[in-house]
Design a protein around this ligand. Structure first.
Ligand code: ADP
Ligand code: MG
Length: 728
């Protein structure tokens, strides 16, 4: 039978789990393909090691002679591990990762072959960058781009290639990637948080942001996925009727993992271990064939790299196991989408988690300081936080059922709310000794107990405090964490700086003691940020109304969300924090808007192809069969034939209605698409795609899904939801 779906089904049904054996203990595997500090200690001279270490810890410059030495050692190590090539590994604004491999192999001046890799190749490279998106930066400055070594993320070997994490910047210094602004934001939050942490402990020298992501994904049989142009080209299904059994039974969540999937996961985890990605948790998610993988949290820069790397190797390992990984935020209509929770906190050089309460009242005041400043930061920049997770894919998830809404709010739980209420009533100015004792004993002192018991977790909140970290849940499964992390750490840096100057001003002008001043500033923060706190059901329509009343933004679609990034106050914020200049911000805005338009444009073309080349011909073929049936009946029964063919007759008519509708909707789609494309301004184009093109997808889908329900199953060309989701 010439039907790809049935060949695919046969392939998928006959699959056996691939074998995967590995006897090594996880702890010996971990990081064995990484140029870690431990490896450096053996391969580098003592002086070189000290210099590189300083560069890692403090961002100091590495001397050229040292770079040569590091490069030589890296090369020796990599070759001893079987590597033949090296690449600068970076994260251009496409959101994916990029690499260009060069062999170590070279000729010396005598023409003899050798393996070569020196400091200049380690430190800087010039990839042919003309085809990476630059949002006009390169045109404006006519500058070329280069990649530069980021020593704070260690080099690693993947396959036979030494990968050197780098940033990607233009010759005029503008960042052309997602990493450079992230590093600047991390630097800003480090400086600001260190200043504030010093109120509580003078020994703190720096503060790291930490990130623990949780990656959700779907696993689909590779052959079945290949039978669907929408999955292959758009990463999601554009048509498909939901199966009679979906996720209603909740029997997949935390259920036993299917054996084919588990073998894939074991190999994926093995690869992660070699690369030093500390994967720890795996489990089924809510939807059938949906899973999650989460590592132990790390310093944010490294965690961002590790997530980007993971998304890349997931696809490679999956392919070996005849799976396709779907990272799209909403691959199936009517079935849960995928997110990537970003667990975030701040950690001091003295090993303290600043969002975790300690044993003493003072350390709990420190906790409250960072806890409340985070609330204040998100409160002040809620629309920017929303815009940090804007993408065409995530639009299908945010605001849809069972996903954190497009409205940003913070969940802190009833007990911490009670603590804030108590703090709100501390007196202005100097606190009386009684008040202080009372606060210390009965409010601040009780926090650790409270948090032990902080179990009333709210799953519907986009930004939730979960005991010792905030969990930003609106991030999409397919996104690079660098963007939300850049935003979060930048607004936090800004808020901490403001906090510091307010506290210092009170100490100076009102002669308040340090903790009195801190209590005073926190009290005002609590009073002014109530709007952002919400402990109720974030999915309810009541909340939408309430949020509007509170004046919170509800930016449902990417174009409106992205517009926030080019507001004057936002441009000024990133400039002030030295994270991005105006040109860099506008470039990113343009690129993301363009990606949005392109995504919907591609989807609409794919949809049209599916309808014209697969659905309509199939529907007509089946209709023709029915027509033959009816004309056969007419031969037998003569004029009374219609009595004997009511079902066939009505189905023929149904098919005509649906195919007419489909055809008309596709024509409108093409018309609206070209109307949108004729807009010269990108913003207008994006608005029109959102308003006029995208809604037609639903009309088309409805007709296709209607046909799916009546057309002979044995001729239907696309793998059905039940096959994609329930085949194990
Ligand atoms: P769950 O939310 O599933 O109950 P946990 O609360 O233990 O699980 O952790 C969820 C995620 O939060 C994990 O990926 C973990 O690495 C991360 N995490 C834990 N502590 C921190 C922290 N201080 N900073 C950043 N991420 C953290
Ligand atoms: Mg979570």
């Amino acid at each position: 039978m010439n039907n790809l779906r049935f060949q695919a089904l046969q392939d998928a049904v006959s699959r056996r789990p691939q074998s995967f054996h590995n006897e090594q203990k996880k702890s010996t595997l971990f990081g064995s393909h990484v140029f870690t500090k431990k490896v450096m200690r053996t391969f580098l001279t003592k002086q070189a090691f000290i210099e590189v270490n300083e560069a890692i810890e403090k961002g100091t410059k590495i001397k050229r002679t040292v770079a040569d030495h590091v490069a030589a050692s890296m090369k020796d190590w990599a070759i001893s591990m079987g590597a033949t090539h090296y690449t600068h590994w970076f994260q251009p604004l496409t959101g994916a990762t990029a690499e260009k491999h060069d062999a170590f192999f070279d000729f010396d001046s005598n023409g003899d072959s050798l393996e070569h890799f020196d400091g200049s190749q380690l430190v800087q490279q010039e990839p042919d960058a003309s085809s990476f998106p630059s949002g006009g930066i390169r045109n404006t400055f006519e500058a070329r781009g280069y990649t530069a070594w980021d020593p704070s993320s260690p080099a690693f070997i993947y396959g036979t290639t030494l990968c050197i994490p780098t940033i990607f910047v233009s010759y005029t210094g503008e960042a052309l990637d997602n990493k450079t602004p992230l590093l600047r934001a991390l630097n800003a939050v480090d400086n600001a948080a260190t200043q504030v942490a010093k109120y509580f402990d003078k020994n703190v020298t720096h503060v790291d942001a930490t990130l623990g992501w949780e990656q959700e994904y779907f696993l689909i049989d590779k052959a079945l996925a290949a039978s669907r142009p929408d999955i292959m080209l758009a990463g999601r299904t554009l048509v498909g009727h939901p199966p009679p059994k979906g996720q209603q039974l909740d029997d997949h969540y935390f259920g036993s993992i299917p054996s084919r999937a588990i073998t894939f996961m074991r190999e994926l985890e093995y690869e992660c271990m070699l690369l030093g990605i500390p994967v720890k948790t795996r489990h089924n998610e809510v939807a059938p064939n949906q899973f999650e993988l989460a590592p132990i949290f790390e310093e944010a820069n490294l965690a961002v790299d590790h997530n980007a790397l993971l998304m890349d190797i997931m696809g490679k390992v999956a392919s070996k196991h005849h799976f396709k990984v779907l990272l799209h935020e909403k691959p199936f209509s009517g079935i849960n989408g995928s997110g990537k929770h970003n667990n975030w906190s701040l950690s001091t050089s003295t090993g303290i988690n600043l969002l975790s309460p300690g044993k003493t009242p003072m350390s709990n005041l420190q906790f409250l300081t960072f806890f409340i400043t985070t609330i204040k930061a998100v409160h002040n920049y809620e629309s920017l936080v929303r815009s940090s997770v804007a993408s065409a894919g995530n639009d299908h998830r945010l605001g849809a059922n069972e996903a954190p809404p497009a409205i940003m709010s913070i969940f802190i739980g009833s007990q911490l709310s009670a603590v804030l209420e108590d703090l709100e009533h501390v007196s202005k100015g100097k606190l009386s000794p009684k008040e202080k004792t009372d606060l210390k004993l009965n409010v601040v002192g009780k926090i650790p107990e409270i948090l032990l018991d902080n179990t009333d977790r709210n799953r519907t909140s986009p930004f939730a405090f979960t005991g010792n970290k905030f969990e930003f849940r609106a991030v999409g499964s397919n996104q690079n964490c660098a963007i939300p992390m850049t935003v979060l750490n930048t607004i936090m840096a800004k808020q901490l700086m403001e906090f510091k100057s307010e506290v210092d001003a009170l100490i100076k002008s009102k002669k308040l003691k340090k903790d009195d001043a801190i209590f005073n500033v926190l009290r005002e923060y609590i009073k002014t940020t109530k709007n952002i706190l919400f402990d109720g059901d974030g999915y309810s329509s009541a909340w939408e109304k309430e949020a509007a009343r509170r004046g919170l933004s509800n930016l449902r679609k990417t174009p409106e969300a992205l517009a926030v990034r080019v507001q004057n106050d936002i441009i000024a914020l990133f400039e002030e924090m030295n994270v991005m200049n105006g040109v860099e911000q506008k470039a990113r805005y343009e690129i993301q808007i363009e990606q949005y338009v392109q995504c919907i444009e591609i989807e609409s073309l794919v949809l049209e192809n599916i309808v014209n080349n697969q659905i309509l011909p199939t529907a007509f073929k089946y209709q023709h069969m029915l027509v033959e049936n009816v004309s056969g009946l007419k031969q037998i029964y003569g004029d009374t034939f219609s009595k004997h063919a009511p079902v066939a007759m009505s189905t023929i008519e149904n098919i005509s209605n649906l195919t007419d509708k489909l055809h008309a909707a596709c024509e409108t789609l093409a018309k609206e698409r070209s109307k949108s494309n004729s807009m010269s301004k990108l913003d207008d184009r994006a608005q029109m795609y959102a308003k006029n093109v995208l809604p037609l997808f639903d009309t088309i889908r409805e007709a296709v899904d209607g046909l799916e329900l009546i057309v002979d199953d044995s001729t239907w060309p696309l793998a059905k939801y039940r096959e994609l989701l329930f085949l194990r």
